[in-house]
Design a protein around this ligand. Structure first.
Ligand code: KG4
Length: 341
């Protein structure tokens, strides 16, 4: 019986989870509301909040799992990428616990966690897991990638953004419209009430399977500026239609390359992951395209789309089974050049 404690602190969520032989026993998350007033994550405040939250969050995860700390087999933690001050809190805590319990440490690449989130099994649900190889559309605040997953430890990046991530485009859209932070969920909610055909935004022309989102963001910026100059109430009167049209453009850009990747590789097992995979329009688009094209699609549960420790624990479990162990001299890294490491 392998019991993995996962610890995630890469950005503004402090999370701990316990997984036993691949099955989730607990997943506790403390979000940080302190950033809302600033319209974005303030790294200094994030690391302080992690420092406050880490002990109660880990204790709660252990207690909700119905185990005691001594039952833990290994401690998996997010080494990066992310905010360095935030990562330091989780990494240092994981090291301390490893020494105190005399249990091995396992470093996890946060992005691998998102890509493997569909493998989190739950006792009360019979959720199917993808077959290898599969494609994962990894979409978050920092990434937009198409990843070919050959095994739990073997990844190939087929395409990625050459500038902004799609989550940034959602967040900037919300900021430009004065709708608050994080932008994705607000834009998603308003988009449901609007007409996606009402407005049109620039589309990128990037070769291959790579993405670009900076042009569409700029296109929205000029659109908002020009329309507001003509009518100061334009935004208020049209916010649902702007959100629906902008979201639809982003989803079409994402789907275009995903469809191409599936066609080029012949792979029909398709998953999505990362914060933007919570988007209702994207989930519908993937499901509908999948139905048309004979894909088997796997959508992670909402609680496993944004940052969470359950995905770190499951990725750590795969590394643990592979015999990997991390030394106590490990240091967090804000950027990881190679997604696979
Ligand atoms: O994966 P994540 O929690 O953090 C990292 O970037 O690692 O992703 C956060 C991103 C933010 O940009 C947020 O606006 C976006 O995910 N997001 C959404 C939705 N929920 C969160 N974007 C679109 N629609 C949503 N429902």
């Amino acid at each position: 019986m392998d019991i993995i404690l996962g610890i995630e602190s890469s950005c503004d969520d402090t999370s701990a989870a316990v997984i036993m032989d691949g099955y989730l026993l607990s997943n506790v998350l403390a979000s940080q509301d302190v950033h809302r007033a600033y319209g974005g994550v303030i790294p200094e405040l994030a690391s302080r909040a992690h420092q406050l939250n880490i002990v109660p969050v880990v204790s709660e995860a252990i207690s909700r799992a119905g185990i005691s700390a001594s039952d833990i087999t290994a401690i998996a933690f997010t080494r990066g990428p992310g905010l360095l001050g935030s990562l330091l809190v989780g990494t240092s805590f994981a090291k301390g616990l490893s020494i105190a319990l005399d249990r091995p440490l396992i470093e996890v690449n946060h992005l691998q966690g998102h890509v493997l989130a569909n493998f989190i099994r739950q006792y009360d649900k019979d959720t199917p897991v993808p077959e290898f190889p599969y494609l994962c559309l990894l979409v978050s605040g920092g990434n937009s990638q198409i990843v070919k997953v050959n095994s739990p430890l073997d990844f190939e990046i087929l395409g990625q953004t050459i500038d902004d991530a799609v989550g940034e485009a959602f967040d900037k859209c919300s900021k430009m419209m004065g709708l608050g932070y994080p932008g994705g969920p607000v834009v998603d909610r308003l988009a449901k009430l609007g007409d996606p055909d009402k407005f049109h935004f620039a589309r990128p022309h990037v070769p291959g399977l790579d993405y670009s989102f900076s042009g569409v963001k700029t296109s929205l910026l000029y659109f908002v500026r020009d329309r507001l100059a003509a009518d100061p109430d334009f935004m208020e009167k049209n916010k649902e239609d702007i959100c629906a049209s902008f979201q639809r453009t982003l989803i079409e850009i994402l789907m275009d390359k995903l469809i191409k990747a599936a066609r080029q590789t012949g792979i029909r097992q398709i998953t999505i992951g990362g914060g933007v995979s919570a988007n209702s329009g994207l989930r519908t688009a993937v499901t509908e395209e999948g139905r048309k094209r004979g894909w088997t699609t796997y959508l992670p549960e909402f609680k496993f789309t944004t940052d969470n420790a359950a995905m770190i624990a499951i990725a750590g479990y795969f590394h643990y089974l592979n015999g990997e162990r991390t030394g106590l001299d490990v240091a967090p890294v804000s950027r990881i050049a190679d997604f696979r490491s």
